[in-house]
Design a binder for this molecule. Structure first.
Ligand code: ZN
Ligand code: ZN
Length: 241
């Protein structure tokens, strides 16, 4: 599990026939108060747990799991991880938390066709993604976790309850699937997605100074060019309506 900087670790997603999301561990290990950001695809729970342990982090230090959003490639192995961290709280944006508590899986699969495919591929049953959420985020919170402060920014458009986590002192952004490296952005054709909302979210992120971009997939970027998110938003603008 590579270390990005003091208090931020990276667990790369593993891509097989479907891409699993990256996960991050934030918080200073000395605080023994860490957060796991995102889980990953179904079947990847053991890999994530092993990666954490191999970095010398005691599982008991992981106090909570915060989801950037609840698509299957991020939440698929959440239950597997919860089995090994039964004490860990679950924090999700309210809009997707409410769905999960009701057992409404539309925000997990995004489209009916994909649900059928995944249920068959992974042997998932309807109702597999019903979770109790301990803290429902709204955006605007400053989370003081493990001696690092992360601002929660609600950035809908890829999904209803997508959030970004921003560490202002180090200029680190964890944007989930809203913006990636190589001028790519998250898809906006799934349940709850909206191109014009995604544009607004990108413009909101463009106001932040970001040096380190830690997205949900593909490359991470350690020295992001100035104006990168604005440039990305502008390139996609004709499609985001
Ligand atoms: Zn994803
Ligand atoms: Zn997604």
């Amino acid at each position: 599990m590579p270390k990005i900087t003091e208090g931020v670790y990276y667990i790369p997603g593993q891509d097989e026939f479907m891409a699993g999301s990256h996960a991050y561990v934030v918080g200073k290990p000395s605080s023994q108060n860490l957060s796991l950001i995102d889980a990953g695809l179904t079947g990847k729970g053991d890999y994530k747990i092993q990666s954490i342990q191999e970095a010398g982090i005691d599982l008991s230090w992981i106090k909570r799991i915060i989801m950037t959003h609840t698509h299957l490639d991020h939440i698929g192995c959440l239950a597997e991880i919860q089995k090994q961290l039964p004490w860990a709280e679950l924090w999700i944006h309210q809009l997707e938390a409410d769905l999960l508590e009701q057992g409404d899986e539309r925000a997990v699969y995004g489209m009916e066709m994909f649900r059928g495919f995944c249920e068959e591929q992974f042997g998932l049953k309807p109702g597999a993604f019903k979770f109790k959420v301990n803290r429902k985020l709204k955006g605007g919170e400053a989370l003081d976790i493990g001696e690092t402060v992360w601002e929660v920014i609600h950035i809908p458009g890829h999904s209803l309850g997508s959030i970004g986590l921003y560490h202002r002192p180090m200029k680190i952004l964890i944007p989930g699937d809203v913006v990636y490296a190589d001028y790519a952005i998250g898809r906006f054709d799934l349940y709850g997605a909206d191109g014009s909302e995604l544009k607004k979210s990108l413009m909101r992120l463009a106001e932040l100074e970001v040096n380190i971009l830690l997205p949900g997939h593909n490359q991470i970027v350690k020295s992001l060019p100035k104006g990168y998110i604005l440039k990305t938003a502008k390139q996609w603008e004709p499609y985001l309506r």
